[in-house]
Design a protein around this ligand. Structure first.
Ligand SMILES: Cc1cc2nc3c(=O)[nH]c(=O)nc-3n(C[C@H](O)[C@H](O)[C@H](O)COP(=O)(O)O)c2cc1C
Length: 195
């Protein structure tokens, strides 16, 4: 079936926003990608998902840059970077020099250690990635990157995205009271498959 963009039945996911940086045919670029996941601990792998397919001759600037250079940066936007996300996600890198625009707007970038793409200052996490695999998955290309370096600012909270809106993480949910934990333990024992 079709689960097109904006379908209310697909509006209950919560994602983060990856600011995906690249530097290639289209110069330095940044796009917003809510489909940015952490997919392996060891080795550390991150996947980003970009509309198009790996053979697409007129793909997004980010996809073309990454396809040509095999490297990208992922800056997990912090909850004060929603405007940066909207700018990165609101125009095509083939039409607008978004990095220059963002710098003039006041956003700051810094040089990465192992890759050419810049990273976004003030992000919650910044990772440098080398492409391990690119897979066509439906109408997106899944780009799996091996993490070469990662920095996290523990004082920042990641920007949340759900139902096409930005959110701040709210209240931490406390563990249930001991009596409920005890009841769950008893139920685990009752339904154990290894008795
Ligand atoms: C919050 C947000 C999240 C987005 N997530 C994705 C995504 O996961 N994958 C994707 O292909 N496009 C996504 N987009 C759209 C791209 O950011 C947009 O098409 C952008 O212009 C692509 O940049 P480029 O043309 O410079 O490569 C998102 C946009 C916004 C605002």
């Amino acid at each position: 079936m079709d689960l097109g963009w904006g379908n209310p039945k697909a509006s209950k996911w919560i994602t983060n926003v990856g600011l995906v940086t690249s530097d290639g045919l289209h110069g330095p670029n940044v796009m917003a990608a809510e489909w940015t996941y952490y997919v392996s601990y060891s080795p550390g792998l991150i996947s980003v998902h970009i509309t198009g397919n790996s053979k697409d001759l007129s793909a997004k600037a980010t996809l073309e840059n990454i396809r040509a250079t095999k490297e990208f940066g992922v800056s997990i936007a912090s909850d004060d970077q929603n405007v940066i996300s909207s700018i990165a996600g609101g125009s095509a890198g083939k039409n607008v020099s978004k990095v220059a625009l963002l710098k003039e707007y006041g956003a700051e970038f810094y040089k990465a250690k192992h890759i050419r793409p810049l990273l976004v200052k003030g992000a919650a996490t910044n990772a440098e990635c080398r492409v391990k695999e690119m897979l066509d998955v439906g109408d997106h290309v899944m780009i799996i990157g091996e993490v070469l370096d990662i920095e996290t600012d523990l004082s920042k909270s990641p920007l949340a995205y759900s139902g096409n809106k930005y959110w701040k993480l709210g209240q931490h949910i406390e563990k249930p009271p001991q009596e409920i934990l005890d009841r769950i333990s008893a139920l685990k024992a009752k339904y154990s498959k290894t008795k």
